[in-house]
Every structure is written in structure tokens, then in C-alpha cells.
Design a protein around this ligand. Structure first.
Ligand code: BDR
Ligand code: CA
Length: 311
């Protein structure tokens, strides 16, 4: 299995990604989960991460709290999508498992220094604040990262938080710029992918029909945020963004994309946080990311349902 650190701001779709990872030990070994402020403030994201580990039946998973605000900006949250708790939908009890005492950034640094070089993959599912802070604090770890597979950005689909920007990149564009300029092998799951893998009635009912607690919760979460997405996009269902990252690690063949140059806009008021993706190769700027554009949606939902059934 690939050793991974999941950096996350749960968020219902983050929750599904974590469940998928914890249900797939033959493919990914979760060294730890690092929470960051994003969809909701940090006290909620770290708590939600622990709720999800318990739901997966994996209370020994280590969860760390990280940065509570972006590098240079005020935190922008997304309660309008995820609800007040970040995990609105079903009622869920507070977690019993502990939060680790160490700061998430220190955990990332120590793990990358301890594990053999190029054996740890970072999986950011929220704003990139923790990752960029770790790189700034310990530049020696950058060359030790195997790969970063992240959810963020958009090109043809453009923005969901502004007309030009996707939420994760918009919240901390300076952090995103550090990551995109790091030279690390980058795989990016933008809205262009996630909006091609929408839920529909049959897919949600398949989650419910699994008959376990995880399947029921995923169906209820989906029911909750579908209301928002269907109204906004007029589509049949809602995108399940973050699980695309974990699905890529399990079955990369579900996704197609291009090695291209992607730069982050950090100055413009109108297009702040835009991922300027040179999809057509019109610049001579060197490729720095495998930017995904296509997904086998049926295969993706099949994988999710099959793995959630194990929990
Ligand atoms: C991203 O923003 C968050 O609301 C989701 O969890 C996902 O990571 C989608 O733009
Ligand atoms: Ca997220």
C-alpha cells in the first residue's frame, strides 16, 4: 500500500474520501489525518475528522489539528454548502477518540523526515495552508515527498466560490502557489473532473442499500448537500469532490488528464485563486501538474460502493 497523509477540512465529501481510504488498507496506509480550517473553522474540522474515523471503525487513526487560518488572508468558510457543523445531515455523536497533541504541521515534517524519501504521498482535500506551512518551516522535506494528489482548482468548469476560482485554492492562494511551485509531482483533481461524477438517485440508493452505518451516513450527507448543488447547478445530483483523490490512488485508470503548466493567481481581485491551466499548451511554461479532466463516473461510484460495504 501507498503511505499517505490526508490533509482535510471535513466537509461531507472529505468525510467520504476518508472513509474510502480507511476502507482500502491494501491500497493506502493512512499514516495520519491532518485537519485544516476550510469548509468550517478548525475546531470543527478536527472534530469531524475524528467522528469519521470512529464511523469507519478505526479509532486508532491519528488525527492532528493544524492551521486555523490561511497564510495571509482571513478565513473564508463554506457553511452555505456543508451546514453549520460541516457535516450537516444525520445526527452524529461527539467523538471519543483523542486528538493528537502534536501540531499537524510538525507531524507532516516529522513523518517526511522519518520515512524513507519518496515513500509518502500527501493528499490535500482542503486549503493548502498546512502543507505550505510545513514546506516553509522545513524546506528539506519538499524533496522527500513522493507525490501530492489534491482536490482543487478548475479550468473549463471555472469557479464555485467566485466565478473564477475553486474553493480550496481561493481560500489560501498563497499556500497553493507554494505547492504548485514546489517541483513535487502533482496530480490535480479540479472541478472539471468532480462535476463529471455527480450523484444521482440510483447512486445514493446504492450507498443506502449497503446496509451498514457508513453507507447510511454517506447517503444522508449526499441528500443534504445535493439540495444545495441541485439548486445551484440545476444538475441531477451533486459532485463528490474529495473522494476522487483517494479513488485515483486506488484506481488511477478511472481518470484521464494532461501534464500541463498550472499557475495560481494571487494578485487579481477578480480572479484571485484561479488555477490558470495551460491545457492547450499555448505558453512555453514547463508542466508542473497532471491536471485531470475526465473520469469514469460509473467506475468511480462502483468503487466507492464496493469499499464502503467493507466498513
Ligand atoms: C472543495 O471545497 C470544499 O467545499 C469541498 O470539500 C472540496 O474539497 C470543492 O471545491
Ligand atoms: Ca474538502
Amino acid at each position: 500500500p501507498r503511505k499517505i497523509i490526508i490533509d482535510t477540512d471535513p466537509g461531507q465529501d472529505d468525510a467520504v474520501a476518508i472513509l474510502l481510504a480507511l476502507a482500502s488498507p491494501e491500497d493506502v496506509e493512512v499514516l495520519g489525518i491532518t485537519a485544516v480550517a476550510g469548509n468550517v473553522p478548525l475546531p470543527l474540522t478536527q472534530k469531524n475528522a475524528r467522528i469519521i474515523c470512529e464511523l469507519a471503525g478505526k479509532p486508532a487513526t491519528r488525527v492532528f489539528a493544524g492551521c486555523d487560518a490561511p497564510l495571509k488572508r482571513k478565513l473564508v468558510t463554506a457553511e452555505h454548502v456543508h451546514g453549520k457543523t460541516g457535516l450537516d445531515g444525520p445526527q452524529m455523536a461527539d467523538p471519543v477518540m483523542p486528538l493528537q497533541p502534536e501540531h499537524a504541521v510538525d507531524f507532516i515534517i516529522e513523518t517526511l523526515r522519518r520515512e524513507p524519501a519518496h515513500t509518502v504521498t500527501l493528499c490535500p482535500l482542503g486549503p493548502l495552508t498546512n502543507i505550505a506551512t510545513a514546506f516553509a518551516k522545513a524546506p528539506d522535506i519538499v524533496a522527500r515527498v513522493q507525490q501530492i494528489v489534491l482536490m482543487g482548482g478548475a479550468y473549463f468548469e471555472v469557479g464555485n466560490i467566485t466565478p473564477a476560482a475553486e474553493f480550496n485554492i481561493y481560500v489560501d492562494p498563497e499556500a497553493a502557489e507554494i505547492v504548485f511551485k514546489s517541483g513535487i509531482s502533482l496530480v490535480v483533481m479540479p472541478l472539471d473532473v468532480t462535476h463529471k461524477a455527480l450523484t444521482n438517485r440510483a447512486r445514493v440508493e446504492a450507498f443506502r442499500a449497503i446496509g451498514n452505518e457508513a453507507g447510511r451516513m454517506v447517503a444522508e450527507w449526499t441528500d443534504f448537500f445535493e439540495r444545495f448543488d441541485m439548486q445551484k447547478y440545476g444538475s441531477e445530483g451533486a459532485p463528490l469532490h474529495d473522494p476522487c483523490v483517494i479513488a485515483y490512488l486506488i484506481r488511477p485508470g478511472l481518470f484521464t488528464g494532461r501534464h500541463i503548466n498550472v499557475e495560481i493567481e494571487t494578485r487579481s481581485e477578480l480572479t484571485l485563486g484561479m488555477t490558470v491551466a495551460d491545457w492547450w499548451g499555448v505558453t512555453k511554461r514547463p508542466a508542473n501538474a497532471l491536471f485531470m479532466g475526465g473520469v469514469d463516473a460509473a467506475g468511480f461510484y462502483g468503487l466507492l460502493t464496493e469499499r464502503l460495504a467493507r466498513l
